[in-house]
Design a binder for this molecule. Sequence first.
Ligand code: BJ8
Length: 369
Amino acid sequence: MRMEFDALKKRNAMALQDIKAQGKKIVGNFCTYTPKEIIYAARAIPISLCAYDESPIDAAQKELPRNLCPLIKASYGYALAKKCPYMNASDLVVGETTCDGKKKMYEMLANHKDVYVMELPNMTNKKSLKLWSKEIAEFKEFIENKFKTKITDEALLETIKIYNQEREIMCELMDLSKANPSLIKGSEIHQILFASDFIYDKQEKISTLRSFIDAIKESTPPKEHKKHILITGCPSGGIYEKIIKQIEDLGADVVAFENCTGTKNYKNLIQTDGDLIENIAKRYLKIPCSVMYQNNDRGEIIKSMVKEYEVNGVIDVVLSGCHTYAIETNKIKIASKEVGANYMSLESDYSKQDVGQIRTRLEAFIELL
Ligand code: BJ8
């Protein structure tokens, strides 16, 4: 079934030009904070442009500092090299004022693409909600003008409902590993979460996931109990092979992803009554990202996930150069220990240089559990 998701992803990369030929617009984005409902309600297609491989980094380092986070360098490198079909196809790129590196990268990206930056507040209080709601309302107006369309309240409500359905089914998929032994490998969940971002037809995505989840629930559950690992921290697309796959090769199960590949992207639904723009703003401000001042929810979320998924060890992934996640490691260590889970922070980038060193550290960590 995972093959089905991979095939859909490949088919969609090839179909991009056909989609554009039908007059549909593509809106690239880099962050879980992008209010994708606005884009989808304008009948445009939101696509993630976060890059997860090493190949474009050399090109980017001609303009960006070497000690910058690999996600930013790789993403910018794709814009320079013009080798990413999603970046090439984007009619517009949307960014938010999250970390400093991304903000400065958007400034430079504007030399290559049409870029719109939303002012994401750095706090999550009432004043921030007002500002973020206003930003989303202005973004809606901008998209309407740019794509010469009108986003009706009905279309927005319909889109919110589809996105809520998608979030519910994604959470159901991730919940499969709450069973002990886990019903599904973390590597498989990770690849599905990753590939499904590129399936543009939401109904097709939801029904493919439905059949997949049902088939897993009906299959014979595995018998072997393994140690449970929770992955938290920076997005994990670029470290999949050297961390997630290696954990499984070493005999433990990755059961949960508290990051933007996993729960940050899918937890919390949008309310469907009242002011829809404010409802969207509220939901997005609940994302527990380290770029926020006093991001205290993340520790609490990890504590409850450790209990729900019977986690033995928390691995906090920090991409080299990501200061905000690096600073939060101490807080996450304390939270993990409070609920009896072992903790390890792993700093890495997209290169293969530290594969051996990471394996040694993972081996030692898993043996201790
Ligand atoms: S909501 S995690 S996608 S900001 S890893 S580029 S923070 S230096 S990816 Fe992120 Fe949005 Fe937050 Fe998610 Fe900067 Fe850190 Fe790099 Fe990062």
